[in-house]
Design a protein around this ligand. Structure first.
Ligand SMILES: [Zn+2]
Length: 53
């Protein structure tokens, strides 16, 4: 499965869920892919798109 097709970027609306604490953050998808986004709660760098469990 392709991780971030452009169509998905639109569907996800740049909202991602932290894999550690499951808090939602809003950030540009490219920054999330590049791991330039830090979770404000746990400081993690791993996020998944909102719509994938
Ligand atoms: Zn977190």
């Amino acid at each position: 499965m392709v991780k971030f097709p452009e169509a998905d970027l639109r569907l996800f609306k740049n909202v991602f869920v932290c894999r550690k604490c499951k808090s939602k953050i809003k950030a540009p998808a490219l920054k999330v892919i590049a791991k330039k986004v830090t979770c404000t709660k746990c400081g993690g760098h791993n996020f998944r798109p909102l719509r994938k469990k």
